[in-house]
Design a protein around this ligand. Structure first.
Ligand SMILES: [Zn+2]
Length: 168
C-alpha cells in the first residue's frame, strides 16, 4: 500500500516537470495554433448560421413529438394489451377446466367468470391509465413500453398456461 503510494508520488514528481516544459512550448506552439484559431470562430459563425437556418425545425419537432394520447400507435398498443388480457382470461379458464390451480389469483376469483373478466378489463384500464400518466408527464417512451411490456407479460403468461400439462 505504502509502496504503491510512494510510487505514485514518485510518478507524480516525475510527471510534474513535463507540464512545466509544455508550458514553455506554447510560445512556439502558439504560432501554428494561431492560424487555426480563426477557424473555430468561422465554424462557430457557420454553426450560428445553421442554427438560424435550422431554428424553425427544432420549434416544429417538439410540437410533432407531443402526440395525441389516442393516436394510432396507442390504439394498437392498447388493443394489444386488451388482446393479451383476453388471452390470459381464456388460458386461465382453460387451465381451470383442466384442474390446474391459478397461481396469481385465487381459484374462487377465477372461477367467478364475470368477476375475473372484470379484473382483466380493470388491468387493461389500469395499464392505459399508467400510459396516460407517462404521456402527461412527457415520458412518451415509457408510455409505449408500459403497453408493450404488459402485452408481452400477458401473452407470455397465456402461452405458459396453454403449455402447462394436464395432471392425470
Ligand atoms: Zn405520449
Amino acid at each position: 500500500m505504502w509502496r504503491a503510494l510512494s510510487l505514485a508520488i514518485c510518478m507524480a514528481a516525475a510527471v510534474s516537470p513535463a507540464p512545466a516544459k509544455a508550458q514553455q512550448r506554447p510560445d512556439d506552439a502558439q504560432k501554428p495554433t494561431l492560424p487555426e484559431a480563426p477557424q473555430p470562430n468561422g465554424s462557430a459563425a457557420a454553426a450560428e448560421q445553421t442554427k438560424t437556418d435550422g431554428a424553425p425545425k427544432p420549434t416544429v419537432s417538439p410540437a410533432r413529438a407531443v402526440h395525441r394520447f389516442w393516436d394510432r400507435e396507442n390504439d394498437w398498443l392498447f388493443a394489444g394489451v386488451g388482446a393479451g388480457r383476453a388471452l390470459d382470461y381464456a388460458s386461465t379458464l382453460n387451465i381451470r377446466r383442466r384442474g390446474i390451480n391459478e397461481v396469481f389469483l385465487t381459484n374462487a376469483i377465477v372461477d367467478n367468470h364475470p368477476l375475473f373478466a372484470g379484473i382483466e378489463a380493470a388491468a387493461t384500464g389500469a395499464s392505459i391509465g399508467v400510459s396516460y400518466v407517462f404521456h402527461r408527464t412527457g415520458h412518451h417512451r415509457l408510455e409505449r413500453w408500459t403497453s408493450l411490456i404488459h402485452f408481452g407479460v400477458a401473452t407470455g403468461g397465456a402461452i405458459r398456461n396453454y403449455a402447462l400439462k394436464t395432471p392425470h
